[in-house]
Write a protein of this length. Structure first.
Length: 328
C-alpha cells in the first residue's frame, strides 16, 4: 500500500462492480496512505488539519459520485428510438407539461416577454366584413334608384413565364414546358365586371397593355370606353390604388356627371369579383401556356378572357363569391 496513488483503473472498475462501501473504504485508505509529498508511510510526516479536511471532502464527493453513477439506468447495445407505430403515453406527457402560460412563467425564470410596436393608423382593415357590406349597401341603393350600371374595376399583370398546373400526359412521359421567357417582359391588364341596371346581364371587359405599367391615362381611357358601352349613370367600384385617386382621374370624373366613383374598404380584395376572374383566368385558361413573345401572350390572353362574355354562370359565380348582397 505504500506509495500507491488513486489510479483511473480502479475508478473505472468501481463504476460497475464495487459497492459504495467498498469505494468509501478505498478512498479512506488512499487518503491515509498518500502524503502531500507523494511518499509512503515510512518516514512520512503526519498530515495537517487542513489536508485532512481536504481529503475527507474529496472522499465524500467520490462516494456520492459513485453512488449516483450506480443509480443511473444505462442502455447497452439497444435502439433508443421507438419502433414504427409504437404506442406512447399521452397522459404522462400531459402531466409533465406545465399548464401555466408563458406570461406567468416568465417572471419566475427571469425572461422578458417581447412587445410588438403599435401599428400605424392606416395598417390593416378599418372594419370587419359586415360593416363593409353595410357601406356598400348604400351604393347599391343609389344604383337601384338611379338605374345605374355597376362597374367593378381592377388591374393585374401577365408574365411570359407559364403558370404550371397538373395536366394529362402519356404514362412514363412527363410533360415538359419549354420557355425562354424574361421576367422584365410583361403585359399589364385592366379588367372590369359590369352588372346591368336590371341585374340580369353580367359582362366582362379586359384591355391589355404590353410592356407598360398602368397609369392615370390608361385608367381614363378605360373609363371613357365604359361610357361608350353603357347608357345612363355608371358607378365605378375600385380599390384604393393611388392610380385610381390621381388628380387627372378626379378631374375626368368631375367633367362627366354620369360617372360616380366608389372605393372598396382597405385590404379587402375578396370584395372585388374581378379578382376571381384574374385568378380563374391565370390558373385555368392560361395555365401551362408558353408564349414565345409578348405579342403571342397578348393574342392568347385576349382570346381566353373574351370567352367570359358567353359564360354568364361563371361571371355570376365570381360575384357570389364576394358575399356581396347583390340579387342576380
Amino acid at each position: 500500500m505504500a506509495g500507491r496513488r488513486a489510479a483511473p483503473g480502479w475508478r473505472q472498475h468501481s463504476r460497475d462492480r464495487r459497492t459504495a462501501g467498498a469505494v468509501a473504504a478505498m478512498v479512506a485508505v488512499d487518503a491515509a496512505d498518500v502524503s502531500p509529498a507523494g511518499k509512503g508511510r515510512a518516514g512520512a510526516e503526519a498530515p495537517s488539519r487542513a489536508e485532512a479536511e481536504i481529503a475527507g471532502t474529496l472522499s465524500t464527493a467520490l462516494v456520492e459520485a459513485a453512488v449516483a453513477r450506480r443509480r443511473v439506468e444505462r442502455v447497452r447495445h439497444r435502439v433508443v428510438d421507438l419502433p414504427p407505430r409504437a404506442g406512447t403515453d399521452p397522459a404522462r406527457l400531459r402531466c409533465g407539461v406545465s399548464c401555466r402560460s408563458s406570461a406567468a412563467l416568465a417572471p419566475a425564470v427571469g425572461f422578458v416577454l417581447s412587445e410588438a410596436a403599435t401599428s400605424r393608423p392606416t395598417a390593416g382593415r378599418g372594419g370587419h366584413r359586415p360593416l363593409d357590406l353595410g357601406r356598400l349597401g348604400a351604393h347599391q341603393k343609389n344604383a337601384r334608384r338611379w338605374q345605374a350600371t355597376l362597374v367593378f374595376l381592377d388591374e393585374s399583370g401577365l408574365l411570359l413565364t407559364p403558370l404550371v398546373r397538373r395536366t394529362w400526359g402519356l404514362r412514363g412521359q412527363t410533360p415538359l414546358l419549354m420557355t425562354n421567357a424574361r421576367r422584365d417582359r410583361r403585359v399589364s391588364a385592366i379588367g372590369a365586371i359590369t352588372i346591368s341596371p336590371a341585374r340580369r346581364r353580367v359582362r366582362s371587359y379586359v384591355r391589355l397593355h404590353p410592356n407598360i405599367s398602368i397609369k392615370q391615362p390608361e385608367i381614363i381611357s378605360f373609363l371613357r370606353e365604359q361610357m361608350r358601352h353603357h347608357r345612363g349613370r355608371i358607378i365605378v367600384i375600385r380599390d384604393r390604388l393611388n392610380v385610381h385617386r390621381g388628380r387627372a382621374v378626379k378631374a375626368f370624373v368631375a367633367k362627366h356627371a354620369r360617372l360616380h366613383l366608389e372605393e372598396l374598404p382597405s385590404y379587402a380584395p375578396e370584395l372585388n369579383p374581378v379578382e376571381g376572374m384574374w385568378g380563374h383566368g391565370k390558373g385555368h385558361k392560361l395555365a401551362n401556356d408558353c408564349p414565345d413573345s409578348v405579342d403571342d401572350l397578348v393574342g392568347t390572353a385576349h382570346d381566353k378572357f373574351h370567352e367570359y362574355q358567353t359564360e354568364q354562370d361563371l361571371l355570376k359565380g365570381f360575384i357570389r363569391q364576394t358575399k356581396l348582397p347583390l340579387r342576380l
